[in-house]
Design a binder for this molecule. Structure first.
Ligand code: SAH
Length: 395
């Protein structure tokens, strides 16, 4: 087997079982590995450190499959990892009455680069690194054996594929084509998911617990749901007894599904507004019109893809949070999120604190939110924790 040798003193992260080796840490490679090949990783002193997938184009040159020297990376390996991830979700699915769930969460399930989401009888996959790309056929076969879905669909169309030198690929991998929308069940809620054109694999499964949290704060309130996508938080707020919900998104297609989702949940659509608008502009418009709300949800898209974008992202978060805090009635609730993994929780909290200060309002954190349990974070891979939310009471 080909192998790579790590520069002296660059093995600390691997000793702590962090699953990435950066290209700058490589001293030598032996045996001419190709993209996606399995390589052993050896320290400068010759100790065996791990085994992973080689990715020559990426800054992350090797992603670890295993830290056990006697564990080969073969079909049985993928079978074990997939089975463990899938079995680990069973209890959650049952307890929360879900038929949609993330089954495999990449590095945090020991399968770097692989995302598998289940939407009722369909699986939607993302193969985001050359490592998992090389094992695609095996993985698809194993999924058929383990889950027996009606169809498996690929949504490998994330910009991160460019860094791996992989083409974007969307289409059926096995079984039937998924329907235009798939109806999923999340406790008492139902949602329609467009797995072909929707964001990520179609739905924000990671916000499940936070949606439910929103039901508890919405009673009799006027709720503003910014960046609503297909209206998950809006449905939760209406189900929680909101007086009105205002859903805002730039995407007409998303708003259209949001409308359908409200109907699907038998909620009174007459009390719901759907605004196709830029949130940054609409919040200013509301401020100038002296509109106010009892609950505001801010769940923007990822503002930072790289460290260079962090400053600009921070200004974006500050801007919307400042405007939102101003629009809240005394005692109102702000659900504010950042899904940029690069935005540290402490910095995000400081931005929200600065926003409240500049708005001249007092605010308390009454809850901290994160991604749902089917999006675990391995303790050896803190980067896996990307979704942060603060629930603030504003005075
Ligand atoms: N809260 C949603 C997920 C939000 S995803 C949920 O729980 O399902 C982010 C959404 O923001 C996308 O639907 C995208 O269309 C929208 N968006 C991005 N930039 C926007 C802007 N400037 N103004 C309004 N909507 C925006």
């Amino acid at each position: 087997m080909a192998f790579v040798i790590i520069k002296p003193k660059r093995d600390k992260a691997l000793q702590r079982k962090h699953p990435w080796v950066f290209s700058g840490a490589l001293a030598q490679k032996k045996g001419n590995p190709a993209a996606g090949d399995t390589v052993d990783i050896v320290s400068a002193k010759g100790e065996w450190l791990g085994r992973g997938a080689y990715s020559p184009k990426s800054q992350i040159a090797v992603r670890l499959w295993t830290f056990s020297e006697d564990e080969p990376v073969d079909e049985a390996f993928f079978r074990r990892r997939l089975e463990r991830a899938i079995v680990n979700r069973r209890e959650l699915k049952k307890r929360c009455h879900l038929n949609a769930c993330r089954l495999v969460n990449a590095e945090s399930d020991g399968l770097p680069g692989l995302i598998i989401d289940q939407y009722d009888r369909f699986l939607v996959c993302q193969f985001l690194t050359v490592g998992v790309h090389a094992w695609k056929d095996v993985i698809v076969q194993q999924l058929q054996d383990l889950v027996a879905p009606e169809g498996i669909f690929e949504r490998s169309d994330s910009p991160v594929l460019d860094k791996e030198g992989l083409p974007r690929t969307v289409g059926r991998l096995a079984g039937h084509e998924p329907p235009e929308t798939i109806e999923i069940r999340e406790g008492d809620f139902r949602f329609l998911v467009d797995v072909r054109n929707g964001h990520k694999t179609g739905f924000y499964l990671d916000q499940r617990d936070n949606r439910h949290q929103a039901t508890h704060y919405a009673a009799d309130g006027d709720v503003l749901n910014c960046f609503c996508y297909t209206g998950g938080f809006g449905v939760a707020a209406m189900a929680g007894g909101a007086r009105t919900v205002t859903n805002i998104d730039v995407s007409v297609a998303s708003l259209d599904l949001a409308r359908q989702n409200m109907v699907l949940n038998n909620l009174n659509s007459e009390r719901v507004d759907y605004l196709q608008a830029d949130v940054f502009k609409q919040l200013r418009y509301f401020r100038d019109a002296a509109r106010d709300f009892d609950v505001i949800i801010l769940d923007p898209p990822k503002f930072a893809d790289s460290k260079q974008q962090l400053d600009r992202a921070s200004r974006g978060y500050k801007d919307i949070n400042l405007l939102a805090v101003k629009l809240l009635r005394a005692g109102g609730y702000l659900f504010t999120f950042s899904c940029s993994g690069l935005m540290e929780p402490a910095l995000f909290q400081k931005i929200v604190a600065d926003a409240a200060l500049d708005a001249g309002r007092d605010a308390q954190i009454i809850g901290r939110m994160g991604q749902a349990a089917d999006h675990p974070t391995s303790l050896t891979f803190p980067e896996g924790h990307y979704l942060k939310g603060l629930l603030c009471r504003v005075w």
